[in-house]
Design a protein around this ligand. Structure first.
Ligand code: ZN
Ligand code: ZN
Length: 340
Protein backbone atom coordinates (compact mmCIF):
# COMPACT_ATOMS: atom_id res chain seq x y z
CA UNK A 1 0.00 0.00 0.00
CA UNK A 2 1.75 3.18 -1.12
CA UNK A 3 1.76 6.04 1.33
CA UNK A 4 2.41 9.72 0.94
CA UNK A 5 5.59 9.91 2.96
CA UNK A 6 7.08 13.40 3.17
CA UNK A 7 10.29 11.89 1.83
CA UNK A 8 8.56 10.89 -1.41
CA UNK A 9 7.27 14.42 -1.95
CA UNK A 10 10.71 15.88 -1.20
CA UNK A 11 12.55 13.47 -3.50
CA UNK A 12 10.16 14.11 -6.37
CA UNK A 13 10.44 17.85 -5.84
CA UNK A 14 14.22 17.61 -5.96
CA UNK A 15 14.01 15.63 -9.22
CA UNK A 16 11.65 18.24 -10.67
CA UNK A 17 13.93 21.13 -9.75
CA UNK A 18 16.98 19.34 -11.11
CA UNK A 19 15.11 18.89 -14.34
CA UNK A 20 14.19 22.55 -14.41
CA UNK A 21 17.84 23.38 -13.89
CA UNK A 22 18.65 21.04 -16.79
CA UNK A 23 20.90 18.89 -14.68
CA UNK A 24 22.07 15.59 -16.15
CA UNK A 25 19.36 12.97 -16.50
CA UNK A 26 21.11 10.44 -14.27
CA UNK A 27 20.94 12.80 -11.30
CA UNK A 28 17.26 13.40 -11.89
CA UNK A 29 16.66 9.65 -12.20
CA UNK A 30 18.48 8.91 -8.96
CA UNK A 31 15.97 10.99 -7.01
CA UNK A 32 12.93 9.67 -8.90
CA UNK A 33 14.12 6.12 -8.35
CA UNK A 34 14.65 6.78 -4.65
CA UNK A 35 11.13 8.22 -4.46
CA UNK A 36 9.76 5.03 -6.03
CA UNK A 37 11.70 2.86 -3.61
CA UNK A 38 10.43 4.79 -0.58
CA UNK A 39 6.84 4.84 -1.78
CA UNK A 40 6.93 1.04 -2.09
CA UNK A 41 7.81 0.71 1.61
CA UNK A 42 5.24 0.54 4.35
CA UNK A 43 5.32 3.46 6.78
CA UNK A 44 6.60 1.09 9.47
CA UNK A 45 9.48 -0.20 7.41
CA UNK A 46 10.50 3.32 6.45
CA UNK A 47 10.56 4.38 10.08
CA UNK A 48 12.42 1.25 11.11
CA UNK A 49 15.08 1.67 8.42
CA UNK A 50 15.64 5.29 9.40
CA UNK A 51 16.06 4.20 13.06
CA UNK A 52 18.41 1.33 12.18
CA UNK A 53 20.35 3.38 9.65
CA UNK A 54 19.73 0.76 6.96
CA UNK A 55 18.20 2.90 4.21
CA UNK A 56 21.27 2.51 2.03
CA UNK A 57 20.85 -1.24 1.97
CA UNK A 58 17.91 -0.65 -0.33
CA UNK A 59 18.76 -0.72 -4.02
CA UNK A 60 18.61 2.78 -5.43
CA UNK A 61 19.24 4.60 -2.16
CA UNK A 62 22.65 6.20 -1.72
CA UNK A 63 24.16 8.52 0.88
CA UNK A 64 22.69 11.69 -0.64
CA UNK A 65 19.18 10.36 -1.11
CA UNK A 66 19.23 8.67 2.33
CA UNK A 67 20.07 11.97 4.01
CA UNK A 68 17.28 13.74 2.14
CA UNK A 69 14.84 11.02 3.21
CA UNK A 70 15.84 11.26 6.87
CA UNK A 71 15.59 15.05 6.89
CA UNK A 72 12.21 15.03 5.16
CA UNK A 73 10.79 12.42 7.54
CA UNK A 74 11.95 14.54 10.46
CA UNK A 75 9.71 17.24 9.05
CA UNK A 76 12.56 19.41 7.78
CA UNK A 77 13.16 20.62 4.26
CA UNK A 78 16.17 18.58 3.12
CA UNK A 79 19.34 20.64 2.73
CA UNK A 80 19.63 19.47 -0.86
CA UNK A 81 16.16 20.78 -1.61
CA UNK A 82 16.79 24.07 0.17
CA UNK A 83 19.91 24.66 -1.91
CA UNK A 84 17.96 24.04 -5.09
CA UNK A 85 15.15 26.32 -4.07
CA UNK A 86 17.16 29.41 -3.32
CA UNK A 87 19.65 31.35 -5.35
CA UNK A 88 21.69 34.14 -3.87
CA UNK A 89 19.54 34.23 -0.81
CA UNK A 90 16.39 34.90 -2.80
CA UNK A 91 13.88 32.18 -3.20
CA UNK A 92 13.29 31.23 -6.82
CA UNK A 93 9.97 29.75 -5.77
CA UNK A 94 8.83 33.09 -4.32
CA UNK A 95 9.86 34.96 -7.42
CA UNK A 96 8.15 32.34 -9.60
CA UNK A 97 4.94 32.59 -7.59
CA UNK A 98 5.02 36.38 -7.90
CA UNK A 99 5.45 36.09 -11.65
CA UNK A 100 2.64 33.57 -11.95
CA UNK A 101 0.33 35.80 -9.92
CA UNK A 102 1.16 38.71 -12.21
CA UNK A 103 0.22 36.83 -15.39
CA UNK A 104 -3.17 37.80 -16.76
CA UNK A 105 -3.31 35.55 -19.77
CA UNK A 106 -1.58 33.26 -22.20
CA UNK A 107 -0.31 34.29 -25.65
CA UNK A 108 0.19 30.89 -27.28
CA UNK A 109 -2.52 28.21 -27.39
CA UNK A 110 -4.07 25.85 -29.92
CA UNK A 111 -7.60 24.64 -30.49
CA UNK A 112 -9.08 21.81 -32.52
CA UNK A 113 -9.09 24.14 -35.50
CA UNK A 114 -5.45 23.08 -35.94
CA UNK A 115 -3.72 20.38 -33.87
CA UNK A 116 -5.26 21.09 -30.47
CA UNK A 117 -7.66 18.65 -28.87
CA UNK A 118 -10.43 20.97 -27.72
CA UNK A 119 -12.76 23.63 -28.98
CA UNK A 120 -12.02 27.33 -28.66
CA UNK A 121 -14.75 27.63 -26.07
CA UNK A 122 -13.33 24.82 -23.91
CA UNK A 123 -9.88 26.38 -24.04
CA UNK A 124 -11.30 29.78 -23.14
CA UNK A 125 -13.29 28.41 -20.23
CA UNK A 126 -10.29 26.54 -18.87
CA UNK A 127 -8.17 29.69 -19.14
CA UNK A 128 -10.82 31.67 -17.36
CA UNK A 129 -11.08 29.13 -14.56
CA UNK A 130 -7.32 29.51 -14.00
CA UNK A 131 -7.95 33.17 -13.32
CA UNK A 132 -6.82 34.45 -16.70
CA UNK A 133 -8.40 37.58 -18.14
CA UNK A 134 -7.66 36.52 -21.70
CA UNK A 135 -6.24 33.80 -23.86
CA UNK A 136 -4.74 34.27 -27.30
CA UNK A 137 -5.77 31.65 -29.79
CA UNK A 138 -2.75 30.95 -31.98
CA UNK A 139 -3.47 28.05 -34.29
CA UNK A 140 -0.96 27.05 -36.96
CA UNK A 141 -0.43 28.61 -40.38
CA UNK A 142 -1.09 26.91 -43.77
CA UNK A 143 2.31 25.33 -44.42
CA UNK A 144 2.20 23.26 -41.28
CA UNK A 145 -0.17 20.81 -42.91
CA UNK A 146 0.70 18.01 -40.44
CA UNK A 147 -0.69 20.20 -37.68
CA UNK A 148 -3.79 21.25 -39.60
CA UNK A 149 -2.52 24.73 -40.36
CA UNK A 150 -5.32 27.17 -41.18
CA UNK A 151 -5.75 28.43 -44.71
CA UNK A 152 -6.62 32.08 -45.20
CA UNK A 153 -10.23 31.14 -45.54
CA UNK A 154 -10.25 29.03 -42.35
CA UNK A 155 -8.50 31.77 -40.42
CA UNK A 156 -11.14 34.25 -41.55
CA UNK A 157 -13.81 31.82 -40.38
CA UNK A 158 -12.03 31.49 -37.06
CA UNK A 159 -11.95 35.25 -36.62
CA UNK A 160 -15.71 35.26 -37.10
CA UNK A 161 -16.10 32.44 -34.58
CA UNK A 162 -14.00 34.29 -32.00
CA UNK A 163 -15.97 37.47 -32.59
CA UNK A 164 -19.15 35.51 -31.92
CA UNK A 165 -17.74 33.86 -28.77
CA UNK A 166 -16.56 37.21 -27.44
CA UNK A 167 -20.15 38.48 -27.53
CA UNK A 168 -20.83 36.36 -24.46
CA UNK A 169 -21.14 38.63 -21.45
CA UNK A 170 -18.04 37.77 -19.49
CA UNK A 171 -15.09 39.73 -18.22
CA UNK A 172 -12.93 37.51 -20.35
CA UNK A 173 -11.58 37.94 -23.83
CA UNK A 174 -10.37 35.55 -26.47
CA UNK A 175 -7.65 37.32 -28.40
CA UNK A 176 -7.22 36.45 -32.04
CA UNK A 177 -3.83 35.25 -33.13
CA UNK A 178 -1.69 32.82 -35.00
CA UNK A 179 1.45 30.78 -34.58
CA UNK A 180 2.79 31.59 -37.98
CA UNK A 181 5.58 29.57 -39.52
CA UNK A 182 8.81 31.37 -40.23
CA UNK A 183 9.56 30.31 -43.80
CA UNK A 184 13.07 29.38 -44.81
CA UNK A 185 13.71 32.88 -46.13
CA UNK A 186 12.41 34.47 -42.92
CA UNK A 187 9.08 35.56 -44.40
CA UNK A 188 5.89 34.68 -42.56
CA UNK A 189 3.51 31.99 -43.75
CA UNK A 190 0.35 34.11 -43.95
CA UNK A 191 -0.90 37.13 -45.81
CA UNK A 192 0.21 40.44 -44.28
CA UNK A 193 -3.26 41.92 -44.39
CA UNK A 194 -4.62 39.01 -42.42
CA UNK A 195 -1.76 39.00 -39.91
CA UNK A 196 -2.38 42.68 -39.39
CA UNK A 197 -5.96 41.99 -38.33
CA UNK A 198 -4.88 39.66 -35.52
CA UNK A 199 -4.39 40.73 -31.93
CA UNK A 200 -1.16 38.79 -31.53
CA UNK A 201 1.30 37.11 -33.88
CA UNK A 202 3.64 34.42 -32.58
CA UNK A 203 6.25 33.50 -35.19
CA UNK A 204 8.03 30.15 -34.90
CA UNK A 205 10.43 27.98 -36.85
CA UNK A 206 8.97 24.52 -37.52
CA UNK A 207 10.89 23.36 -40.59
CA UNK A 208 14.54 22.96 -41.59
CA UNK A 209 15.61 23.29 -37.98
CA UNK A 210 19.05 22.03 -38.88
CA UNK A 211 19.96 24.76 -41.34
CA UNK A 212 23.46 26.23 -40.95
CA UNK A 213 23.94 28.72 -38.15
CA UNK A 214 24.37 31.78 -40.35
CA UNK A 215 21.31 31.03 -42.44
CA UNK A 216 19.20 30.35 -39.36
CA UNK A 217 20.34 33.63 -37.79
CA UNK A 218 19.40 35.48 -40.98
CA UNK A 219 16.06 33.67 -41.14
CA UNK A 220 15.15 34.54 -37.55
CA UNK A 221 16.38 38.13 -37.87
CA UNK A 222 14.16 38.65 -40.91
CA UNK A 223 11.13 37.37 -38.99
CA UNK A 224 11.94 39.45 -35.91
CA UNK A 225 12.39 42.59 -38.00
CA UNK A 226 8.96 42.05 -39.58
CA UNK A 227 6.67 44.64 -37.95
CA UNK A 228 3.85 42.07 -37.88
CA UNK A 229 5.76 39.75 -35.51
CA UNK A 230 5.04 40.17 -31.80
CA UNK A 231 6.48 37.05 -30.18
CA UNK A 232 9.35 34.77 -31.19
CA UNK A 233 8.02 31.27 -30.39
CA UNK A 234 10.16 28.43 -28.91
CA UNK A 235 13.34 29.87 -30.41
CA UNK A 236 15.59 26.78 -30.51
CA UNK A 237 12.95 24.21 -31.44
CA UNK A 238 14.60 21.69 -29.15
CA UNK A 239 12.76 18.64 -27.81
CA UNK A 240 14.10 17.22 -24.57
CA UNK A 241 12.05 14.07 -24.06
CA UNK A 242 12.10 10.74 -25.88
CA UNK A 243 14.45 10.68 -28.83
CA UNK A 244 14.56 14.43 -28.55
CA UNK A 245 15.82 17.04 -30.97
CA UNK A 246 18.86 19.23 -30.49
CA UNK A 247 18.39 23.01 -30.43
CA UNK A 248 18.75 24.90 -33.71
CA UNK A 249 21.96 26.79 -34.11
CA UNK A 250 21.87 30.54 -34.47
CA UNK A 251 23.67 33.58 -33.13
CA UNK A 252 21.51 34.13 -30.07
CA UNK A 253 23.11 37.43 -29.09
CA UNK A 254 22.34 38.93 -32.48
CA UNK A 255 18.79 37.55 -32.57
CA UNK A 256 17.97 38.71 -29.04
CA UNK A 257 19.44 42.13 -29.75
CA UNK A 258 17.07 42.30 -32.73
CA UNK A 259 14.17 41.25 -30.48
CA UNK A 260 14.99 44.11 -28.15
CA UNK A 261 15.36 46.60 -30.98
CA UNK A 262 12.15 45.59 -32.79
CA UNK A 263 10.34 45.04 -29.49
CA UNK A 264 9.51 41.39 -30.15
CA UNK A 265 8.95 39.31 -27.02
CA UNK A 266 11.04 36.18 -26.58
CA UNK A 267 8.72 33.35 -25.67
CA UNK A 268 9.41 31.25 -22.60
CA UNK A 269 7.69 28.08 -23.76
CA UNK A 270 6.42 26.04 -20.79
CA UNK A 271 5.77 22.76 -22.61
CA UNK A 272 7.64 20.07 -20.66
CA UNK A 273 9.12 18.56 -23.81
CA UNK A 274 10.33 21.95 -25.01
CA UNK A 275 11.33 24.20 -22.09
CA UNK A 276 12.56 26.60 -24.68
CA UNK A 277 14.78 28.64 -24.61
CA UNK A 278 17.30 26.73 -22.54
CA UNK A 279 18.34 28.65 -19.43
CA UNK A 280 21.68 29.73 -20.81
CA UNK A 281 19.90 31.47 -23.70
CA UNK A 282 17.17 32.80 -21.47
CA UNK A 283 19.79 34.52 -19.33
CA UNK A 284 21.31 35.95 -22.50
CA UNK A 285 17.91 37.36 -23.51
CA UNK A 286 17.51 38.93 -20.05
CA UNK A 287 20.92 40.55 -20.41
CA UNK A 288 19.99 41.79 -23.88
CA UNK A 289 17.02 43.62 -22.33
CA UNK A 290 14.31 41.67 -24.15
CA UNK A 291 10.66 41.42 -23.32
CA UNK A 292 9.19 37.99 -22.69
CA UNK A 293 5.94 36.06 -23.04
CA UNK A 294 5.50 33.20 -20.58
CA UNK A 295 3.31 30.87 -22.61
CA UNK A 296 2.05 27.32 -22.38
CA UNK A 297 1.63 26.46 -26.08
CA UNK A 298 -1.29 24.44 -24.70
CA UNK A 299 -2.95 21.97 -27.07
CA UNK A 300 -5.52 20.93 -24.44
CA UNK A 301 -7.23 22.70 -21.53
CA UNK A 302 -5.21 20.99 -18.77
CA UNK A 303 -1.99 22.13 -20.38
CA UNK A 304 -2.92 25.75 -19.72
CA UNK A 305 -1.70 25.17 -16.19
CA UNK A 306 1.88 24.56 -17.33
CA UNK A 307 2.61 28.25 -16.98
CA UNK A 308 4.15 27.76 -13.56
CA UNK A 309 6.95 25.77 -15.18
CA UNK A 310 7.77 28.74 -17.38
CA UNK A 311 7.55 31.05 -14.36
CA UNK A 312 10.07 28.95 -12.46
CA UNK A 313 12.50 29.06 -15.34
CA UNK A 314 11.93 32.79 -15.77
CA UNK A 315 12.51 33.33 -12.06
CA UNK A 316 15.68 31.27 -12.07
CA UNK A 317 17.02 33.40 -14.92
CA UNK A 318 16.09 36.76 -13.42
CA UNK A 319 13.17 37.73 -15.67
CA UNK A 320 11.35 40.73 -14.13
CA UNK A 321 7.54 40.81 -14.16
CA UNK A 322 7.42 44.19 -15.88
CA UNK A 323 9.26 42.74 -18.89
CA UNK A 324 6.62 40.03 -19.40
CA UNK A 325 3.95 41.02 -21.93
CA UNK A 326 1.26 38.78 -20.51
CA UNK A 327 1.30 40.70 -17.25
CA UNK A 328 -0.41 43.44 -19.30
CA UNK A 329 -4.17 43.80 -19.44
CA UNK A 330 -5.78 42.59 -22.67
CA UNK A 331 -6.24 46.18 -23.85
CA UNK A 332 -2.64 47.13 -23.19
CA UNK A 333 -1.32 43.91 -24.68
CA UNK A 334 -3.26 44.43 -27.89
CA UNK A 335 -2.13 48.06 -28.02
CA UNK A 336 1.48 46.96 -27.58
CA UNK A 337 1.14 44.33 -30.29
CA UNK A 338 -0.52 46.75 -32.69
CA UNK A 339 2.44 49.15 -32.84
CA UNK A 340 3.14 48.19 -36.45
ZN1 ZN B 1 5.27 25.72 -32.45
ZN1 ZN C 1 2.32 26.14 -30.70
Amino acid sequence: MPHDARAVTALRRIAFLLELAQEPTHRVRAFRRAADVVSALTADELEWRIREGSLQQLPGIGAVTALAIIEAQRGEAPGYLRRLESTEGRSVADHAATLRAALRGDCHTHSDWSDGGSSILEMAEAARSLGHEYVALTDHSPRLTVAGGLSRERLRQQLEEVRRLNLRPAPFRILTGIEVDINEDGSLDQEDGLLDRLDIVVASVHSKLRMPREQMTERMMTAVANPLTNVLGHCTGRIIVGRGRPPSEFDAETVFEACRRFDVAVEINSRPERLDPPKRLLRLAVEAGCRFAIDTDAHAPGQLDWQMVGCERAAACGVAADTVINTLSATNLVAWADRA
